[in-house]
Design a protein around this ligand. Sequence first.
Ligand code: FMN
Length: 186
Amino acid sequence: MTNWTDFQNFDELWQGLLTEHQKRKGMLKTPTVTTSHQHKPQARTMVLREFLSTPYPTLVFFTDIRSPKVAQIKSNPQITIHSYSPRTRIQIQFYTTGHITRKHPRFQQWRSQGLQRKEDYATVASPSQPTDQLADVTYNLDLAGDNFAVMLCQIQSVEILALGQPHQRCLWNYQNQAWTKQWLIP
Ligand SMILES: Cc1cc2nc3c(=O)[nH]c(=O)nc-3n(C[C@H](O)[C@H](O)[C@H](O)COP(=O)(O)O)c2cc1C
C-alpha cells in the first residue's frame, strides 16, 4: 500500500498520484471539485481525466462550457479538489488555479474522447436551467462539439492526511520554482 506521507520529493508524489489514478477504482477517479460563487463554496463530483506534468503539474477535467462552474472559474479561478479513500484512510486536497480552454494543443484529442458520450454536452437548454418536466429535456447531439470544453487546474499545493496511529499530515507547496514538503500538525 502507498505510504502517501513518506515521499521525499515531488516527483515521487507525482508518480504515486499517477499510479493511483490508473487504478480502476482508485480514489482519484471522481474527486469533489469546489469553486466559489458569490463567496459560497460550490462542490460537485467530476471525472478526473488526466494529469499533465508540463509545463506545470495540472489536473484535466471535461465540462460543458455553458455549465455554471465555467462562469464561476472565470470570476474566481481558485479551485480546490478533494478526495478521501475510506479503504486506505487517505485524504488528498489539491489547491489549484483553474482555467477553461478550447485552444490547448491536446484539445482535439480530448474532445474526441469526451464526445464518446455526446449527450453529456448536448442538452438543448443549458445545464442547470430549471425545467418543468423531465420530458422537456431535449438533446441536439450536433451541438456537443461546440459545447465541449476542458478545465485545466494548475496545482499550487497538495495536502495529504494519512489517518493512523499516529495520523500524519503534510503539505507540498510550490514556491521559488521548487516543491517543498512541510509537515503539519494533524
Ligand atoms: C460520478 C459523476 C461524475 C461526473 N463527472 C462530471 C464531469 O466530468 N464533468 C462535469 O462537468 N460534470 C460531471 N458531473 C456532474 C457534476 O457533478 C455537476 O452536476 C454538473 O457538472 C453541473 O455542475 P455545475 O452546475 O456546478 O456547473 C459528474 C457527476 C457525477 C455524479
